[in-house]
Ligand binder design. Structure first.
Ligand code: FES
Length: 83
């Protein structure tokens, strides 16, 4: 199972949840979000390391190096940083 590290906060594992955001929610991290559908950008975080795959086609466009936690799943161990 891919490990998810949140810089300065801790880590958890991804265990087949719908999205990275769902996995972080389940593990008790207080993550920012609003729409959960790729529209608002509230869940944007910086991807420090690792690979992710989009599981929905977001309307909101992130800058390079940033991801929407509601719209991706980890493909490898990853580290993210809240912005
Ligand atoms: S929660 Fe709105 S884009 Fe992720």
């Amino acid at each position: 199972m891919p490990k998810i590290k949140v810089s300065g906060q801790g880590e958890c594992e991804f265990d087949g949840q719908f999205s990275l955001l769902d996995a972080l929610d389940e593990a008790g991290f207080d993550m920012p979000y609003s729409c959960r559908g790729g529209n608002c950008g509230a869940c944007e975080v910086r991807l420090v390391s690792g690979d992710v795959e989009e599981i929905q086609d977001p309307v909101y466009e992130t800058d390079s190096g940033y991801i929407l936690t509601c719209s991706v799943i980890p493909l490898s161990d990853i580290e993210i940083e809240l912005v």
